[in-house]
Design a protein around this ligand. Structure first.
Ligand SMILES: [Zn+2]
Length: 81
């Protein structure tokens, strides 16, 4: 049972890493560092918290604006169907 749980945990970790890598490639943040992150959102100019700058090196938008941008992108893709 432990072997099964270990394999499942390893698979989950690998899939999470792949998903994070894919997200980073889509967002154009590959190779960026924390120092590339904006201190103020490029959309609404609100401060971007340090935790977000560290979690998403190179980020240029706050969490709220990024969610709106991604929702708008997803909405556009849905309309094409
Ligand atoms: Zn913003």
């Amino acid at each position: 049972m432990t072997d099964f749980c270990d394999r499942a945990a390893a698979l989950e970790e690998a899939q999470r890493g792949d998903a994070l890598d894919a997200q980073q490639r889509r967002s154009g943040l590959v190779g960026k560092t924390v120092s590339d992150s904006a201190h103020k959102c490029q959309v609404c100019t609100h401060p971007i918290p340090r935790a977000r700058r560290e979690a998403y090196p190179g980020t240029q938008t706050c969490r709220h604006c990024q969610a709106e941008l991604e929702a708008a992108t997803a909405g556009g893709a849905t309309k094409c169907k």
